[in-house]
Write a protein that binds this ligand. Sequence first.
Ligand SMILES: [Zn+2]
Length: 311
Amino acid sequence: MTLYRVAPFLFFATTACALSAEPVARPEPAPTPTPSTASGPARPPAGQLPPAIPAPPAPVREEFRISGKLEQGGWIKGLVPMGTVSARLGDEEIDFDVNGAFFAAFDRDEGPVAQLEATLASGKVVTRELAIKPRSWDIEHVNVALRPSTSSEAFRKRRAVELEAIWTSRQKDTDAQGWRKDFIWPVTGRISGRFGSQRIYRGEPGSYHSGLDIAGGAGTTYVAPADGTVVLAEQDYSLEGQLLIIDHGQGLNSAFLHSSALLVSEGQAVKQGQPLGRIGSSGRATGPHLHWSLVWKDKRLDPLLFLPPMP
Ligand SMILES: [Zn+2]
């Protein structure tokens, strides 16, 4: 009986080296030998190997495979070429799993062309040029001078500490898997601010709006748009108020600002659809709304490009 047995774990044991295995065809577990019956197939005599069945040729993936939103603030998911040892999008290193699956994204001001590049174990370099569709952002020209900063020394010190903590939390690699799935709306309501919108003050551009504002009503519960791990849960940041940051894995993370209550704590794993907090106007906000921003590495993304139409 043991002649038939092929240890299935051997297939997986060899995949520790990234991308040595083709992910498309997951190996079938070896059939469990069944006791032969009168009507069953004849077994070879003990000590003799069954006739060899030729294995189908392994599929070869020599190029990147991608799908997604090839536009400013958008994203792609896909597979790196087989045998890839390192990959990048422009200057940004791409993480990929043992099967070669990866996520990457495009900044608000990306383009018009971005380049994917993979270095294979053989030393060969595979590249792919991506045309990134430009967007037309909401730009408002105002005949007012850009307000000079009047912040105090005390504020600047406090702000530096907060920005450092935000940056540190975004570097955490929690192995969250939310990047793999389609996102859902954290809450529905009137869109009160769009990603990318910007004011130009007498020719001088102000900083653009880095997230999506949803005016869902004070106290309304919002939920996790994708699986993740809480990497920051702060009660009182100067601009963000109650601030929550969720890592979705592979360098992708969400931030939720201005909450009136946080329902999860740092280090906690959250599932898509799980309540995270309640909408408020803490920090610098003119009224209750959820500001949701999405970041991949250093790139700022448009949450609307991750979502189906609002239900
Ligand atoms: Zn906002």
